[in-house]
Design a protein around this ligand. Sequence first.
Ligand code: FES
Ligand code: FE2
Length: 375
Amino acid sequence: MAGPKDHFQIDPDIARAWTLPSALYSDANIFAQEQEKIFSRTWQLVGHASQVAAPGDFFTTELAGEPLLFARGGDSKLRGFYNVCRHRAGPPAEGCGSRKLFRCGYHGWTYGLDGALISATEVEGVEGFHAEDFALAPVRTEEWFNLVFANLDPEARPLRECLCELPKQAEKFPFANMKLFERRTYDMKCNWKTYVDNYLEGYHLPSVHPGLNRELDYNAYVVEPHLEGFDGNGHQRCYGYVRQFSPIRGAQSGDATPRRYQETREDLTTDYFWIFPNWMLNCYPDNVSLNIVLPVGPERTLAIFEWYLPEKDHATPAAKASVEFSEQIQIEDVAICEAVQKNLRSRSYSRGRFSVKQEKGVHAFHRMYAEHMSR
Ligand code: FES
Ligand SMILES: [Fe+2]
């Protein structure tokens, strides 16, 4: 087999490095390890602040197989809990909405918005029973940029530290003033890493996305990996993100169809941020889209896309056009990812090499991945 023997060895020098072995893209045992070593230990995007805007607002979701509940308390503080009743594991909350308290769907124990057990009926005579010992188990929860994050690892570093330079680079986009315009889910027959790998390079733009390629300046496309906090020795948790950006190319003479942006401006960029391991923020001057990549099985992944625009723009044709434009790109990406997924199983292939110029982002991802998995 070509390349290093150790599956989780990625040379820090891209010029010498080989890609992750293809076996890691379809193995059920690896998939289970990823849930434990990656998805249960990193900050995961679980929702948007608008879902829990007012005291009493709550929503439920799942993260790495764990049922979770997020609620805004009477004190306006957002808290996360395991959505598991401390009696006999019934569901304290379902769906989303607004409540003063949560009532378990099994025997009716009630919990406050802060997770405290308020009442347990008919527990008279239970020896040594103290309500304060039976609060809902908390989950680390933080907010940034109108987004809600959770981390199942009680020892995790604070979210802000893990985001490194991202807030500085992303906060120039007016995401805070935008509202959800549309949400679409794509069910893909590929491993989550196949999809992330593809996202992390612009190398495939000319062949896979001719439409997008017209709009971006391929030669000015920059890939900027951020591996701060990454010391490679396995002691410190490795976090990081990759920024890809390109100036927007306005109208050109000889255009057969009109471009979405008329002027070429140096300060006008599209910034694509991918944050380890599985979420992306695509920032355009007039809209922001969010992608969450959810592994469902070794060779099945959901991509959840959400488009955000200023509310005043929701009724405009440009809003629909932005969604249709990304939808077209997504259809092209899904097709190539599913073709690659099938080929990764070929006996003829195990590991590849990186383009030093074009695949810095994929290389950075493989390093972060290997670092987490070899722990
Ligand atoms: S399991 Fe919740 S009240 Fe019994
Ligand atoms: Fe693509």
